[in-house]
Design a binder for this molecule. Structure first.
Ligand code: HSE
Length: 300
């Protein structure tokens, strides 16, 4: 029997939470169709929507699945076959590789009768991230697997905490069609931070979490500030400051770079505001003559 899993795009970092906070969108998302076969091994039969390797050891789905198989309590006398439909463009900054890796391990876990709890699957999907970007961060795969907002309390050992999603939260994402590789966007970061910046950043992270628990949209908005990573990465994104200022004027709570960019996200408290924010993004980007896509979605 075949199953089909929808695995959503995600916004990593959510401004202040570099490598630790992420949220899942309700669209777009990749689709993974998977079934078991009697022949052991992993076979990626087709990939639609992107030019990616079919060879399992070079594909994030294959690598994540291999990590899962290695941790099965009993040896497996079956193999996995899959078809991948990419609806999230690779390199967009909304967790394209994470969605595929997460979808693959979720699908396999269902086919095997759920030997692993969902949080455990995050560890396997992180191997896909290691392949895609050289770093096994979990702030995209965790929300892709668990939904809503998630926090990575620790990487050694991996400790994932689900966070509440306040009702009526909308996300507007603009994806400029320029290439920013996650590996490059990590390379340019400084390895030391100032104590004064660290104090601001952990104040914001803690307040964002408090805002999510209290449905305090004002507090969430004030917390969407990144004084460590954004100042370095934002130079890669056309009209970044203007986007931030004008989207907030249009009613957005705030936002920042989505993951390692080039996408930029804004949170709003209603669909109407989220769509106004999309219009503002359009007005800023249209004259630039750059190709771009805008997604409006709820947190899911
Ligand atoms: N936290 C990671 C980064 C996410 O910002 O590099 C990459 O999608």
């Amino acid at each position: 029997n075949r199953i089909k899993v929808f695995s959503p795009a995600t916004v990593a970092n959510v401004a202040c939470g570099f490598d630790v906070i992420g949220l899942a969108l309700d669209n777009p998302g990749d689709e993974i169709e998977m079934w078991l076969s009697s022949e052991p091994g992993i076979r990626i039969r087709e990939i639609h929507g992107a030019d990616l390797p079919l060879e399992p050891s070079k594909n994030v789905c294959g690598v994540a699945l291999q990590a899962l198989v290695k941790k099965l309590p009993d040896p497996l006398n079956a193999g996995f076959e899959m078809i991948i439909k990419k609806n999230i463009q690779p390199g967009s900054g909304i967790g394209s590789s994470a969605a595929s890796a997460a979808g693959a391990v979720v699908a396999a876990n269902i086919l095997l009768g759920e030997p692993f709890p969902k949080k455990k699957l995050v560890r396997f999907a992180m191997e896909g991230e290691r392949l895609a970007s050289g770093s096994a961060h979990a702030d995209n795969v965790a929300p892709a697997i668990l939904g809503g907002f998630t926090l990575v309390r620790s990487y050694t050992p991996v400790d994932i905490v689900g966070l509440p999603t306040p009702p009526g939260l909308w996300v507007t994402v603009i994806h400029p069609q320029i290439e920013v590789k996650t590996s490059d966007a990590r390379e340019i970061l400084k390895h030391k931070v100032l104590m004064t910046d660290a104090i601001k950043q952990w104040g914001n992270v803690a307040a964002l979490v408090a805002g999510l628990y209290r449905n305090d949209y004002g507090l969430i908005g004030r917390s969407l500030e990144d004084v460590i990573v954004e100042p370095v990465r934002s130079i890669l994104i056309p009209a970044f400051q203007e986007l931030k200022i004008k989207c907030k004027e249009a009613g957005a709570l705030g936002g920042g770079i989505s993951g390692s960019g080039p996408s930029v996200f804004m949170l709003s408290t209603s669909e109407e505001i989220a769509r106004n924010v999309a219009d503002v993004m359009n007005n800023i980007y249209q004259p630039l003559g750059l190709e771009y896509h805008i997604h409006v979605s709820t947190v899911n």
